[in-house]
Design a protein around this ligand. Structure first.
Ligand SMILES: Cc1ncc(COP(=O)(O)O)c(C=O)c1O
Length: 369
């Protein structure tokens, strides 16, 4: 196992334990059957910022509602960013997270784009560590279960002027989560949206800000109404190139073993899972291409069999096989509609590293407790 060389500010957090934690039996019941994002741990980590004083008041406190003035900037102009990562329990009971430095760097990039203050990597990791060590009893131990960590920052200044907020709050909350696919990995169906776009050139597509997700909800709902589970967006300039799903990157596997994925163009989110999967594929001898992929190329490749697998990847579901891809005027099955061998193998390799069942040869794991 690797240990971290990254210093954190965890020791600077003042911990005030709740006097009314969730009773043990209730917590154990929640851990036995966790549902994504519905139950939260007893505490939350928090740091406050103002332009005058900078970051201060690092603390872990009782999880609970926030006090917000109705004129708080975030409620009007959406100045908010977030991250998503997981804490995994290993067979020896230790708790680890996966490449959190990459999430810290992406959070800093998102903060820059949304004109929010920069939070150091040390504070980002420190807040996570302080929270997970306080709520370590909330890390589930079942297969493919984890403690989902949600760091976020919002503009808290009471002011209706349209300019960057002079005050902000950073918090980390945590929720025990179960396997994304109950009963094993299952291929999903995708609707390719040609009438809505997620992001455009110069927009916020490469930042993890709430507004991007708000914009994806209507297309997602419409796809759902048509009988599809997820939406794949195309580039806003030409409506030609694949970008990503609402919350996952997308990769295409060719029958000859080459794997292609859209490049980090400025309008897609640079996924931590995406880069890890590309690395594992390269290690396995697959040629990896980060290049524009046209919808036309995808349709032709699926029809003639030169494309054998398509998968989506992201922290929540790790790797999700795509079994059906449809849009206006086409409806195609990917391979035989089941999870393909490349998707299945790399998914197993990645989860084996995350759960401590395989050697962490790239030093991706960071110990939390
Ligand atoms: C829009 C979008 N793309 C891609 C991803 C995948 O990123 P990651 O692998 O870091 O979870 C996510 C999830 O965070 C996302 O919301």
């Amino acid at each position: 196992m690797s240990t971290t060389a990254h210093p954190t500010s965890a020791d600077l957090f003042e911990v005030t334990r709740t006097e009314t934690p969730v009773p043990d039996a209730e917590r154990e019941a929640a851990l036995a059957a966790p549902k994504f994002g519905t139950v939260f741990t007893d505490h939350m980590a928090r740091i406050s910022w103002s332009q005058e004083t900078g970051w201060s008041n690092r603390r872990v406190e009782k999880y609970g509602p926030l006090l917000l003035d109705p004129a708080a900037a975030v409620l009007h102009y959406g100045q908010e960013i977030f991250e998503g990562l997981k804490a995994y329990k290993h067979p020896d009971g230790s708790v680890w997270t996966f490449r959190p430095q990459a999430n810290a760097a992406r959070f800093a990039k998102s903060a820059h784009r949304l004109a929010l203050p920069q939070l150091s990597e040390s504070d980002f990791l420190g807040a996570i560590q302080a929270l997970v060590s306080t709520d370590v009893a909330w890390v589930p131990g079942g297969e493919e279960t984890s403690l989902y960590l949600r760091p976020f920052m919002y503009a808290s200044e009471t002011f209706l002027g349209v300019r960057p907020s002079l005050e902000a709050e950073f918090l980390v909350i945590a929720s025990p989560v179960g396997p994304y696919f109950a009963g094993g990995v299952r291929p999903v169906s995708i609707w390719v949206a040609e009438d809505y776009h997620r992001a455009g050139a110069g927009g916020t597509g490469d930042a993890k800000c709430g507004g991007n997700y708000a914009a994806s909800l209507l297309p997602q709902q419409e796809a759902y109404d048509k009988g599809f589970e997820q939406v794949c967006f195309l580039d806003a300039s030409t409506n030609t190139y694949l970008e990503e799903l609402g919350g996952m990157n997308v990769c295409v596997v060719y029958a000859d073993g080459i794997v292609a994925t859209p490049p980090i163009s400025g309008s897609i989110l640079e996924g931590v899972t995406r880069s890890s999967v590309l690395r594992l594929l390269t290690d396995a001898g697959n040629a990896v291409e980060e290049r524009p992929i046209t919808l036309a190329e995808l349709k032709t490749g699926l029809a003639d069999g030169s494309i054998s697998e398509v998968f989506a990847c992201g922290t929540a579901a790790v790797m999700t096989p795509i079994g059906r891809l449809a849009g206006v005027g086409f409806d195609l099955t990917v391979g035989d509609g089941t999870a393909g061998p490349v998707t299945t193998r790399i998914r197993a390799e990645l989860t084996d590293i995350q759960y401590g069942r395989a050697a962490d040869r790239h030093g991706w794991l960071h110990r939390l407790a």
